[in-house]
Write a protein that binds this ligand. Structure first.
Ligand code: ATP
Ligand code: MG
Length: 381
């Protein structure tokens, strides 16, 4: 079995592989790039595994004239940039100690050890510079069948790192066979150990939830998470009911994780997912829009085209209502509209608080008119 792709044949990538192998080391593609190439999914980052130590990788790469960034040298990772392409090169590792949250690792020269510490069989595949797949654990068949399974015993693997619970659902949502359902052993282990998620940092949980909710259709995985008691741990107070209707209403629009999160809801999401200030602002605006009665045009004006679109879709999903007729044109019209009044129109007659209040009142009037009333009509009102 061979994988191909521009990412693999890129001259810069091939030069890096050649530099490592010429020095007597292995240079193997690993993880997402191999998995996605096998599944005909777009390849993002190029990750390499090697038996060279990070010091060796650094020396070899610098001698070849490549740029080296010590991104995670303690964990064995350096980033090597060749012809503009970054490659994360990680030395084979084995776990020395795990506590459910982080691992103490030692470098290894054995690919089997490196494969055994990975989470899922579809993430434990390698390929050499020619694209020939190396499958130390028999993960190839799972991958081609889109079966998401833990490497080895599911409970043991989860106890090493409870984040793997969320990764199990995330990878199912992104790459699993939607017809096949979730692996029963993995699902049972996630359900039994869901309390372990409480020990995982909110940054890591947030990163996984973002990726899960950005899957084309996360609804079946989220439904399984609910059943397994995992959703309540990751997103306390979230309600999955409107997610499948939302995905249906989206009608294959590009997935947007925040729109999905807005219909799931939950308590203390800012902290639970470590939302950035702008994410938090967008989420609050969406939640308000869902509960409000603003027209599509008004939402387009207040939130802009994209967030306005999110708000209309999310509201229809939550309220179990059809999308309003002509809503897309209306959101676009609102997004382009200009409120015809400026503060200068009301000054000097009004100032300070009174000015602010009048501006707000005129704005409401204008929005209620369908963004139609002119400057003169508003000033006369
Ligand atoms: P993507 O980048 O699209 O999310 P990926 O497979 O590259 O997919 P990463 O999170 O970047 O996922 O991790 C790279 C590889 O590292 C994975 O394929 C997996 O082999 C391993 N890995 C990552 N996180 C864990 C973990 N928590 N436990 C075990 N192995 C992991
Ligand atoms: Mg990756």
């Amino acid at each position: 079995m061979k994988v191909t792709g521009d990412w693999l044949s890129h001259p810069g990538t091939q030069k890096l592989c050649a530099a490592l192998t010429d020095a007597g080391f292995r240079a193997l593609f690993v993880g997402g790039c191999v998995r996605n190439a096998l599944l005909d999914e777009p390849v993002g980052d190029v990750d390499l595994a090697t038996d060279a130590t990070p010091e060796n990788v650094t020396n070899i790469a610098e001698t070849a004239g490549f740029k080296v960034i010590p991104t995670g040298i303690d964990h064995g990772t350096v980033t090597v940039v060749v012809e503009g392409i970054p490659h994360e090169v990680t030395t084979f590792r084995r776990d020395v100690e795990t506590d459910g949250r982080r691992a103490v690792v030692a470098f290894s020269t054995r690919i089997e050890e490196d494969a055994h510490r990975r989470d899922l069989t579809m993430n434990a595949l390698y390929a050499d510079a020619e694209g020939t797949v190396i499958d130390p654990l028999g993960g190839l068949a799972d991958t081609l069948a889109r079966r998401v399974r833990f490497v080895g015993d599911a409970e043991t693997r989860i106890r090493e790192d409870y984040l793997r619970i969320l990764r199990f659902f995330r990878f199912h949502a992104c790459y699993g066979d939607p017809e096949g359902g979730l692996d029963p052993e993995g699902l049972a282990a996630c359900a039994a150990l869901s309390a372990g998620l409480e020990t995982i940092s909110h940054e890591r949980i947030g990163a996984e939830i973002r990726k899960l909710l950005a899957a084309p259709d996360p609804a079946p995985a989220v439904a399984a998470m609910t059943q397994a008691g995992v959703l309540a741990k990751a997103l306390p107070g979230a309600d999955p009911k409107a997610l499948a209707p939302l995905v249906h209403l989206e009608n294959a629009r590009p997935p947007h994780w925040l729109r999905r999160l807005a219909v799931l809801g939950g308590e203390g999401l800012d902290d639970a997912l470590r939302l950035s200030r702008s994410e938090s602002r967008d989420l609050t605006a969406l939640r308000q829009a869902i509960g409000g009665t603003d027209t599509p045009a008004a939402l387009g004006w207040t939130l802009g085209k994209d967030r306005g679109t999110d708000a209309i879709l999310a509201r229809a999903a939550i309220m179990e209502q059809p999308l309003p007729e002509g809503w897309e044109t209306e959101v676009t019209r609102g997004a382009k509209a200009q409120f015809p009044i400026t503060a200068a129109d009301l000054m000097p007659a009004l100032e300070g608080e009174a000015l602010g209040a009048k501006m707000k009142a005129l704005q409401t009037k204008w929005l209620q008119s369908g963004l139609i009333l002119s400057r003169d009509e508003l000033l006369k009102s």
